[in-house]
Design a protein around this ligand. Sequence first.
Ligand SMILES: Cc1cc2nc3c(=O)[nH]c(=O)nc-3n(C[C@H](O)[C@H](O)[C@H](O)COP(=O)(O)OP(=O)(O)OC[C@H]3O[C@@H](n4cnc5c(N)ncnc54)[C@H](O)[C@@H]3O)c2cc1C
Length: 478
Amino acid sequence: MGLMTKAEYIESLRKLKPTVYMFGQRVEDVVDNPRLRAGIEATGATYELAEAPEYRDLIVTQSKLIDEPINRFNNPPASIADLVARVKINRLLGRRVGTCFQRCTGQDCLVALSVTTYDVDRKYGTDYNKRFLDFLKHMQKNDLAANAGVTDVKGDRSLGPNEQPDKDAYLHVVEKRVDGIVVRGAKCHQTGSLSAHEIIVLPTRALRKGEEEFAVAFAVPSDTAGVIHVVGRSSLDTREQDGCDCGNRRYSKYAPTVIFDNVFVPWNRVFLCGEVEFAADLVAYFSAFHRQSHGGCKAGKIDCMVGAALTMMAYNGTEKVGHHKEKVIDMIHRAETLYGCSLAASYEGKPMPSGTYFIDPVLANASKIHEGKEMAEATRLMIDIAGGFVADLPSDRDFDHPDVGPLLKKYLKGSAQAPVENRIKMFRLIEKMAMESADTISDIHGGGSPAAHRLTIFRESDTQSKVEAAKRLAGIED
Ligand SMILES: Cc1cc2nc3c(=O)[nH]c(=O)nc-3n(C[C@H](O)[C@H](O)[C@H](O)COP(=O)(O)OP(=O)(O)OC[C@H]3O[C@@H](n4cnc5c(N)ncnc54)[C@H](O)[C@@H]3O)c2cc1C
């Protein structure tokens, strides 16, 4: 079928019939629900920009697998140039949508599977890599979007999967049949699960002997029987539902909890089943890639925040204020450090036995730790520059009210050159960028908790060479 246009992508989602609950009600029409549509539009940007002549060369590449042009989101990187392009695309899209575009997690899963299925086959003589490549062809030929089902609900964190009072706390295989497997469990925080055609499920943690039933990886269409999407609340979400005071007037983010209620998966879509020692690899490859993905898109979001801060300075009459300029510089250097670290992880990438290129995990995790702290700092600086109306701006409905509206517009006026309506819109956008919980909390927890980022850095760093460097200088010979 080849590359989809944005319009074709939206139409393709209409053909899916997922089971969805939101705000206590069944949602039948996902695509035209304003809350969900704002998220779908954000993923739509990955299709839209692939069509744009100025970005096509960056986003579209030739697939070696199907020998056709494909969107890079379905391309496991096969060179340093591919790894670098990933980060540049993510920054471009982060800047375009000012929130999460919800398609990188699918690529991160494809990368993890392309490396790991090859390694499992080498050890056990299985045919997971062939199954994966058939699935990848399907993704590439039809230009599909995938969501990552990685995070299990996990129950009591002090207990392993087998020790949980309710085993379903970790998604697991409940039945093996001749034609496939049946799985049960729930994956939470599933960014854009309804903006995606496919859900790729990976284990959430390293596993041990005896935990075989939890060592499972597979892909299912997002409307498969037994898959139930429950859309999570996010601060500001009813603004989209009401069609009022949205801030970001085009795009948004949502993240459902996805329940797998005895879901059947045919064998040709099963990419790991019981090989416990490879669960850790899948988690490590997925999470390192995903942490690096954030370095691109969050730098792009800071670009929008810098733009908003500079615009507010013009609207408020503070563009010459020294401490505001300093704060904008502080925002820019945070974006560039994040981006630079993420790019460096690409430039230091290496080929894996499967031929897929893998990023430097230490640099990728350093970028993620930086994001966790510095996105919050960039947000603080943006709010400092903008002023208090980020907190409690009256509603558009009050601005439109025949009695109080004119009074509000008189009192909200900033610089004489700036229309008051624009100042109001910019306050609203800043509120959205600072307080959209489905996006901002991912700065901290996206791709694993901060402790996981730190552990990876320590595990993957060559600490021995650092010890040797210090001992050499001190004249210590062991
Ligand atoms: C906005 C957002 C979007 C996301 N998108 C996706 C997505 O698309 N797909 C996906 O699969 N996941 C997604 N995630 C999930 C994300 O990866 C998890 O939130 C993250 O891994 C943390 O897991 P948790 O939320 O269960 O918190 P927990 O694992 O409960 O962690 C909470 C705290 O407890 C600590 N902790 C937990 N267990 C232990 C232990 N045994 N020992 C020591 N410390 C412990 C952690 O380090 C952390 O400090 C998203 C998350 C967010 C917030």
